[in-house]
Design a protein around this ligand. Sequence first.
Ligand code: HEM
Length: 259
Amino acid sequence: MAIKKHITLQLLLVALILSFANGEGLKLGFYKKTCPRVEAIVKTTTASYISRAPSLAAPLLRMHFHDCFVRIKGPAWPVPLGRRDGRVSNASESRTLPSPAANITQLISIFASKGLSVKDLVVLSGGHTVGTSHCSSIATRLYNFTGKGDTDPSLDSNYVTQLKSKCKPNDKTTVIGMDGSFRSFDDDYYTFVLKKRGLFQSDSALLNDKETSAYVKRQAQSHGSKFFNDFKDSMVKMGKIGVLTGNAGEIRKQCALIN
Ligand code: HEM
């Protein structure tokens, strides 16, 4: 039943190709000779999974750092391929991911350290137009913002009431929608952020910098505008970060284990 309700996401197709790449070594049509049908196979397989379980689309987008083709109801783009697997896999690497409590200075600097611009930051944050979050990711914001049992004042108070009705303190299991239309990939994310309804502090923080706030306002005011195109460009750019190509790394015999 729930799956039927999520029908809009049937159009959301994220096809991941397994294998990893450096930026220069990635190219379109990498598997043309060695595995000509790979793109079609991955697309069809992923589409069939997503049509049965549409909520898979958002986590797949989130872990897009893998070699991927992405086709979303809105934006679709070919992704340069040829990535190889790394020889190291450990939890410490994930610590470089920004925290949902990050402020704008921290976000800009983390993105810059990966070669991503301020514009990439505001555009890629738009990925939070789809998917869900655990209540635990916003618990501090709702219930103990400065350690005094208070709420983050940068959140709209009506939204706080709504969120509190879904997320009780210490709730580790409930998930809530990322924006009001979290099942469809659209540019509503920016409307929500502008209304002080960005779910994470990192979303709200986009209002605290001149360039990012100007972008948020532009997108919120002019729907159907440049967001999809910008998103494609920034995703391709992000997809080139730290990848291994050529003889670097390895091709894993089992995805989850180094050889
Ligand atoms: C700007 C810094 C970012 C921060 C701080 C951040 C943080 C988070 C957090 C805390 C969650 C929810 C985890 C949970 O409680 O379940 C989440 C989910 C998600 N993020 Fe981000 N994120 C960032 C950037 C991005 C980018 C660049 C993308 C993709 C372009 C992205 C796509 C997503 C998606 C699709 C989900 C939902 C996943 C699902 O439904 O399972 N995020 N993010």
